[in-house]
Design a protein around this ligand. Structure first.
Ligand code: CA
Ligand code: ZN
Length: 300
C-alpha cells in the first residue's frame, strides 16, 4: 500500500490549479501523512510565537488525483485508520474563537498524547482522533484550507473519525483530494479555535460513485447517517443541513415531506461541528436504526 509522506507535497488551499502529487486508482487504499495545523512549527511552550510563520497554517497533504472521478460524481472516502504523533498543541488568542475578546495574549499549550490519553496540565483526557481538514477541489478558484464549504475543507467535524465514510461532490476531474489538521481530541464547536492539534497519518480508501450528485458533503458511520453543511451563520448552516437531509429522506422513502420532517424532529439531531472558522459547519444526524425500519440507506 502506498504511503504518501507529508514532505511529498502540501497545499494551503483547495484548487483545481494544484498539480496532483499522486494518482490513485478508483478503489485504492493509501496512507497519507500530515503535518499538524501549524505545519509542525510549535515544539515547546517557550518558543517565541513571534517567530511563527502564520502563512503556514492548516496544510493538507495532497492533492491526490483519483482516476475516473469527474464533475457530477461523488468521491467516497472511507477512514480506515488514524494515527497521531505524541505532541499535541492548543492555542488561544485575542479575537480568535468564541471568546477571543476575553483573551489578552496569545497562549500555546503543548501536551503529550500517549496510550490513548492527552495529558492536559495534570488532567488525563481521552483521545478522540479526528480529521479537521478533508475535501476535494472546488470547480474554480481556490478555497484556503482554513475555510469549510461544499468541497469539505476545514469542517472540524468530530465525526470525521475512524470508521466514518464521507461523500464529497466532485467538481473537477480527478477530484483532487487532500486532508490534514488532525486532532487528538476536540469538542463540538471547537470554541477556543483549536482542537488538540497533532501531526500523524490517515489511511483511507478512495472510491468514485458515478453520477451521485451532492450539494454538500455527507458522512455516515455505523450508527448514523449525517448531512453536513457550511454557511455564514450557524442558523443558515443548520437550515441547509436539515433541508438536504429531510428532503433526502422523503426522496428515498415513500414518506411525504411533512412526515419526513416530523420524523427528523422526533429522532434526528442538529449538531454544531465548529463555530470558529470563516464559515460555520453543522451536521444533521439521523439514526440508521430507523433507516433500517424504512428499508433505505439514503444512498443510491
Ligand atoms: Ca481546523
Ligand atoms: Zn485543527
Amino acid at each position: 500500500m502506498k504511503i504518501l509522506q507529508k514532505t511529498e507535497g502540501k497545499i494551503y488551499s483547495f484548487s483545481p490549479e494544484h498539480d496532483p502529487i499522486y494518482r490513485a486508482k478508483d478503489g485504492e487504499s493509501l496512507t497519507i501523512e500530515t503535518f499538524d495545523c501549524f505545519t509542525d512549527q510549535i515544539k515547546s511552550e517557550k518558543q517565541p510565537l513571534a517567530d511563527l510563520d502564520w502563512d503556514k497554517i492548516n496544510p493538507a497533504t495532497g492533492p491526490i488525483y483519483v482516476e475516473g472521478a469527474e464533475p457530477g460524481d461523488a468521491l467516497k472516502v472511507t477512514i480506515l485508520a488514524i494515527e497521531t504523533d505524541v505532541l499535541g498543541v492548543m492555542m488561544v488568542g485575542p479575537g480568535l474563537g468564541t471568546l477571543g475578546e476575553q483573551v489578552e495574549d496569545m497562549k500555546v499549550k503543548v501536551m503529550h498524547v500517549r496510550h490513548g490519553r492527552v495529558l492536559f496540565n495534570q488532567l488525563s483526557l481521552p483521545v478522540r482522533k479526528m480529521i479537521g481538514v478533508i475535501g476535494v477541489a472546488p470547480a474554480a478558484g481556490e478555497v484556503n484550507c482554513g475555510t469549510p464549504g461544499p468541497h469539505g475543507g476545514n469542517m472540524d467535524n468530530k465525526m470525521v473519525a475512524e470508521g466514518a465514510t464521507l461523500y464529497f461532490p466532485v467538481q473537477t476531474p480527478g477530484a483532487l483530494f487532500a486532508l490534514g489538521d488532525l486532532h487528538a481530541a476536540m469538542g463540538d464547536g471547537e470554541v477556543s479555535v483549536s482542537g488538540v492539534e497533532v501531526a500523524g497519518s490517515v489511511t483511507v480508501k478512495l472510491e468514485v460513485i458515478k453520477g451521485m450528485r451532492l450539494e454538500q458533503p455527507i458522512l455516515e458511520n455505523g450508527r448514523y447517517f449525517t448531512q453536513i453543511a457550511s454557511a455564514e451563520t450557524l442558523d443558515e448552516a443548520a437550515k441547509i443541513a436539515t433541508d438536504l437531509l429531510v428532503n433526502r429522506i422523503a426522496t428515498y422513502t415513500n414518506l411525504k415531506f411533512e412526515d419526513a420532517l416530523m420524523l427528523m424532529s422526533a429522532v434526528g439531531n442538529v449538531e454544531i461541528c465548529q463555530m470558529v472558522d470563516p464559515l460555520m459547519t453543522v451536521r444533521a444526524v439521523f439514526p440508521k436504526s430507523i433507516l433500517d425500519q424504512l428499508e433505505t440507506t439514503l444512498l443510491p
